[in-house]
Every structure is written in structure tokens, then in C-alpha cells.
Design a protein around this ligand. Structure first.
Ligand code: ADP
Ligand code: MG
Length: 391
């Protein structure tokens, strides 16, 4: 993928609109985790150093129209603190007032637009929103990998209107996934977990032919276990997926899917539930699987440590509760100590990796969940495709 990057851009004295992913968790109006804000800084820094007038756009949460509870103001404040530059907060996403604010902003300041989702047309890639955003800048830089699988006005519409390039974060993501997509070093092992098999069905189908082994845990493994004929008790199961999952398991390649040998089951869905370890082949009635068991951790771990390429998406259990965190912690440890090339993606997977303080020990921590899965499915992501016309 030959994409235009910051290296091919002339930005001196120009207004550069950067679409970052600053969709951070808020807690009573303050930023609860600034990981994404930090990740946006390298691109902003390069542009500022080259004399660009930087304007930053992002969505935040899922507001329905204008809603002060979802204002970008607390995010801008933190951006300025972390970046060490003055920040000016706009009170709209685009329009004459925002244009004037940008024109009047002091040199070296970064202007942050209001939450792009305050515009109902944003998610529909409405031409009016796209044109309004394009009017704010001379050049567009997309640095938001997490939304690259969506065709919105602030990542696709605007890129169709003014010269555009990929920012550093997006460039890094494309390189990292490129290494898994092309001709990954083998053994290539994919670990999938998380809540729902329906979210990950396409990635299972598309990856099975290319991987050597696919290790499956998390909530999604129970639909696979049930499709394989095992008793799953009260575990999370998506009944509507059973037929298609059974077809995948029975087709050539299905033998590459490895399901848990043992599971931690609980008597209810609660942090303090009574729990025990049982074989993966039979969960007692009235019990539900909330984590993979110690034998599975050992077996999955041994495979991961021997792998040359690893992609992990989805926690192995309800890691938010300490009693059901061992599986995710064990896999995090194995991925961290694998000598291979390791990529971890997914909002909750990355949160778990950071909670377990293993994020510095993997080759690449992806900033996108759905976008990473779609790239691995072989989809040309709209947010990336829109940049290609400028190469
Ligand atoms: P990611 O954000 O990394 O893509 P998902 O959103 O697919 O991951 O899934 C994460 C969620 O799955 C977590 O909140 C976790 O508690 C839940 N989960 C994992 N294992 C189970 C399980 N056995 N039963 C119910 N929920 C589970
Ligand atoms: Mg999630």
C-alpha cells in the first residue's frame, strides 16, 4: 500500500486538519484515560515543527446531536497539557465562526474542533459536513485508525475534497497489519476472545486459511463449543450463529481452531460468584464459563511462545473481575514473552494488556478494534482508501 504520508506533504504556513482518535473515556467531565491523546501527539508535533497551523478533529462518545456532556473541552485541555502547546477550543465543528477562530489563533496554537458527532451528518458522510470541514484547511491528515473502517465526513468526505495524507499513527497501523497480511512469518497464531462470535465471524472465516492455529477463548468460545456438541450450561451462547459456526468447524481448516481444554465456571454472572475449574467438554447445568482454565492457559501459552507471528483480539474471560482475569493475564504474559512479531488489537484487549502492564512488551498495540479486524479480513478500509487518490 503506497499511501501519501507526512513525508510527502508541504505544510509550511498551511492550515492542516488532523483527524485524530481522541475518543477517550470521561469520568464526571474529566479525562479518565489519556492513552489516545498521547498517541495523537507525534503527528501533531511533526506538523507544528514544520510550521503548519494545526486543527484537530475527533468524535467523542455517542452523543445524539449537540450535547455539552460530550464537549471536546476536557480533551483539549489535556491535549495542551501533554503537548505543551496552547490550545484553542472551537464551539462548533465547522462554519464561519470556526474559520475566523482558526484565522485568529496565535502562532503555534492548536485549534480543536467541537465533537464531530455534534453534526448528525458526520456518520452519514454528509457532503455539507465534509465541505464545511474541508473549508477549514488546506491539507487533511487522517490519523484515526479506530474509525478507518467507517465512511464518515471527517475521515472520508474531507479526504475526497482536499489533498490528504496518513498521519504517523495510521501509517504505523498499516505497516503493522501489513506484516500479518502479506506473508507472515510462521507459525502464525491468532488468538480470539471477547464477548460475541457474531462480531468476529468474518475474521474467523477470512483468517482460517492463512493462520497455522487459531486459539479461541472468551465469551465467544461457548457458541463454538455448543456447535461442536458440548454442554455449555448457562454460558453466553449466540444460538443464531450455531449453524454457521458448525459449518466452519467441519470445513477444511476447521481443525486449526483450538478450543479450551478447561474452563473456570461460576454459578452466576458476578465478581464474587462461586467458581471452579471444569473440563471444556462439559459445563454443568446452572454454571456459566467466565474464563479459560489453567490447562488451557498452559497449552495456549506454549503455542504462542513458539509462534513467529501473533495477533490477539479479545479477552479470554471477564478480566474486569479479578476472579476471572487469570486467562487474559496468562495469554498477555505469553504474548509479551513470545519472540515473534506480536500485534494486539481491540478496545478491551488493549485495556486488559495495559491493566496487566504488558503493553510495552508486545511488538505493536493497535488503536483500533473493528478496524483491525476488517483489515485482517482483507477489506480496503474507506478511511485509508480515500487517501489513495493523493498518492
Ligand atoms: P475487544 O474490545 O478487545 O474487541 P470484545 O469487546 O469483543 O473485546 O469483548 C470484551 C468483553 O468480553 C469484556 O468486557 C469481557 O468481560 C467479555 N467477556 C470475555 N469472556 C467472557 C465470558 N466468558 N462471558 C461473558 N463475557 C465475557
Ligand atoms: Mg470491546
Amino acid at each position: 500500500m503506497a499511501l501519501p504520508t507526512l513525508d510527502s506533504l508541504d505544510v509550511e504556513g498551511k492550515r492542516v486538519l488532523v483527524r485524530s482518535d481522541l475518543n477517550v473515556p470521561l469520568d464526571e467531565g474529566t479525562v479518565a484515560d489519556d492513552f489516545r491523546i498521547r498517541a495523537s501527539l507525534p503527528t501533531i508535533e511533526v506538523l507544528r515543527q514544520r510550521g503548519a497551523r494545526v486543527i484537530v478533529a475527533s468524535h467523542l462518545g455517542r452523543p445524539k446531536g449537540v450535547d455539552p456532556a460530550f464537549s471536546m473541552a476536557p480533551v483539549s485541555e489535556r491535549l495542551g497539557e501533554l503537548g505543551g502547546f496552547p490550545v484553542v477550543q472551537a464551539h462548533a465543528v465547522y462554519g464561519a465562526e470556526v474559520e475566523a477562530l482558526i484565522a485568529d489563533a496565535p502562532e503555534g496554537a492548536v485549534v480543536v474542533l467541537e465533537n464531530t458527532r455534534f453534526e448528525p451528518g458526520e456518520s452519514k458522510n454528509d457532503p455539507e459536513v465534509a465541505s464545511g470541514l474541508a473549508a477549514l484547511a488546506d491539507v487533511f491528515v487522517n490519523d484515526a485508525f479506530g474509525t478507518a473502517h467507517r465512511a464518515h465526513a471527517s475521515n472520508v468526505g474531507v479526504a475526497e475534497r482536499i489533498p490528504s495524507a496518513a498521519g504517523r499513527l495510521l501509517e504505523g497501523e498499516i505497516k503493522a497489519f501489513g506484516r500479518l497480511l502479506g506473508d507472515p512469518e510462521r507459525p502464525y497464531v491468532v488468538i480470539l476472545g471477547g464477548a460475541k462470535v457474531s462480531d468476529k465471524l468474518d475474521v474467523i472465516k477470512h483468517l482460517l486459511p492463512t493462520v497455522d492455529l487459531m486459539l479461541v477463548g472468551g465469551g465467544m468460545c461457548f457458541t463454538l463449543l455448543k456447535a461442536g456438541g458440548y454442554r455449555v450450561g448457562d454460558s453466553l451462547v449466540e444460538e443464531s450463529m450455531i449453524d454457521v459456526v458448525r459449518q466452519i468447524l467441519d470445513a477444511p481448516g476447521g481443525e486449526k481452531i483450538v478450543l479450551p481444554d478447561d474452563l473456570v465456571v461460576a454459578d452466576r454472572f458476578a465478581a464474587d460468584a462461586v467458581h471452579e475449574v471444569v473440563p471444556g467438554t462439559g459445563i454443568p447445568d446452572g454454571m456459566m464459563g467466565l474464563d479459560i482454565g489453567p490447562e488451557t492457559i498452559r497449552r495456549f501459552g506454549a503455542v504462542i511462545e513458539e509462534a513467529e507471528s501473533v495477533f490477539w483480539n479479545g479477552p479470554m474471560g471477564v478480566f474486569e473481575w479479578e476472579a476471572f482475569r487469570n486467562g487474559t493475564a496468562g495469554i498477555a504474559e505469553a504474548v509479551a514473552s513470545s519472540g515473534g512479531y506480536t500485534v494486539v488489537g481491540g478496545g478491551d484487549s488493549v485495556a486488559a494488556l495495559r491493566l496487566l502492564e504488558r503493553d510495552d512488551e508486545v511488538s505493536f498495540v493497535s488503536s483500533g478494534g473493528g478496524a483491525g479486524l476488517e483489515i485482517l479480513e482483507g477489506t480496503n478500509l474507506p478511511g485509508i482508501a480515500a487517501l489513495e487518490r493523493w498518492s
